[in-house]
Design a protein around this ligand. Structure first.
Ligand code: NDP
Length: 396
């Protein structure tokens, strides 16, 4: 019987369950590329419920305990005295969400002598030291596509939030003012701007498709070029590297995985090469940018705005400079954990667990590491040969 150690974010401060704003979420068909939705044998939750916090348990308890497995759910994840570290040495499976990541560093993996599966309930497994997982023969899997569209919607929202100067305007409305000039002194139309994405994978492509009707000129950089028909359909300009893209656009939205090739890609030099008054939106991973370079560029006016929902570490300290830097529109890491997304990744988590516990193959598209090597989606998106994810590096 397996011990499943699941790290989830804390319940709402107003209590669990919340009062839901809506009675249901839409039923969706296949994903845009034809990949089918998660297909567990059953689910023990109602789609639209809060599943990603501790009491939601990703809807897994009934299924696991009925088969005699042990499920431990905690939000206490950091430091040597945390429940996560105490329970880790004899856990067979660790489940974690990127929004509240249980960092599986090489040191922790060395202590987790029984660990066979590190499962990301969501997308992005950089909180796992993938090199260490490769060496230890641990399978790493995530629920590919489960929240890609959720993130794309958030990125488009944050682009508009910055360019239209939404948050300062909202501030005046909410505090009794009618300060039109104060609201619009930094407000522009997106129409006519050059907008680019770093990485045109599932999220990046969805952002491009959603932005096309805004009458913008679209650009992208990716390690693989998109099909010519798609470039023509969306009017895309391809750039061979990030520098070429960064210097050619007014808005950059980052959608690459975090790995050595993207770690600190947006440093002071690259940001300094951007047009004055550019905007950066980063819903990928915080360590793709250099934290203090962003702050300095906002203060100097090189950047007109920065938004995103990814930080390092997570949760960030109360005095993290991104909380108070000028012209930011930050959110906590929420874009991929809407109630809509949770239904999909909870179902996908159960699908992966069902296969793993029954000794069946996990869907290839869900695999990041398997059999001592990068595999599936991981083989395409991450870097192999001893230079896989740093397991979230030391600086943010
Ligand atoms: P995909 O795997 O569909 O896309 C990733 C894309 O990144 C691929 O097209 C890949 O290229 C490209 N890529 C990889 N390395 C580089 C590089 N060095 N330079 C440029 N492009 C590169 O993943 P998703 O679009 O679904 O997700 C992307 C990332 O977004 C995740 O890894 C995760 O970090 C983040 N994310 C954030 C969430 C949130 O809640 N904020 C939720 C979900 C994901 P190719 O395959 O062509 O080689």
């Amino acid at each position: 019987m397996a011990k499943v150690l699941c790290v989830l974010y804390p319940d709402p401060v107003t209590g669990y369950p919340p009062v839901y704003a809506r009675d249901s979420i839409p039923a969706l068909g296949d994903y845009p590329d034809g990949q089918t939705q998660p297909s567990p044998s059953a689910i023990d939750f109602t789609p639209g419920q809060l599943l990603g916090s501790v009491s939601g348990e990703l809807g897994l308890r009934g299924f696991l305990e009925a088969q005699g497995h042990e499920l431990i759910v905690t939000s206490d994840k950091d430091g040597p005295d945390s429940e996560f570290e105490r329970e880790l040495p004899d856990a067979d499976v660790v489940i974690s969400q990127p929004f509240w990541p249980a960092y599986l560093s090489a040191e922790r993996i060395a202590k987790a002598r029984k660990l066979k599966l590190a499962l990301t309930a969501g997308i992005g497994s950089d909180h796992v030291d993938l090199d260490a997982a490769v060496k230890a023969g641990i399978t790493v899997a995530e629920v590919t596509y489960s929240n890609s569209i959720s993130v794309a919607e958030h990125a488009v929202m944050q682009i508009l939030t910055l360019v239209r100067n939404l948050l300062p305007s909202h501030h005046w409305a909410a505090t009794g003012g009618w300060n039109i000039a104060d609201s619009v002194e930094r407000a522009y139309d997106l129409e006519g701007m050059d907008v680019g994405v770093i990485a045109a994978g599932r999220i990046g492509q969805a952002v491009l498709r959603r932005l096309a009707p805004f009458g913008v000129r679209l650009h992208y950089f990716d390690t693989h070029r998109l099909p010519t028909e798609l470039e023509e359909q969306l009017g895309l300009t391809y750039h061979p590297d990030a520098r070429s893209l960064a210097g050619s656009v007014d808005v950059v939205s980052i959608h690459a995985p975090l790995h050595p090739q993207t770690h600190h890609l947006f440093d002071a030099e690259l940001i300094g090469s951007m047009r004055r008054g550019s905007y950066i939106v980063n819903t990928a991973r915080a360590e793709i940018v250099v934290r203090d370079a962003v702050v300095e560029a906002l203060e100097s006016g090189r950047l007109a705005g920065y938004a995103g929902d990814v930080w390092y570490p997570q949760p960030p300290a109360a005095n993290h400079p991104w909380r108070t830097m000028p012209h930011e529109a930050m959110t906590p890491h929420v874009s991929g954990t809407t109630l809509s997304a949770q239904a999909r990744y909870a179902a996908g988590t159960r699908e992966i667990l069902e296969d793993f516990l029954a000794g069946r193959a996990i869907r290839e598209v869900y695999l990041i590491v398997d059999g001592g090597a990068l595999a599936g989606t991981g083989a395409r998106s991450y870097t192999a040969d001893g230079s896989a994810s740093p397991g979230s590096g030391q600086t943010g």
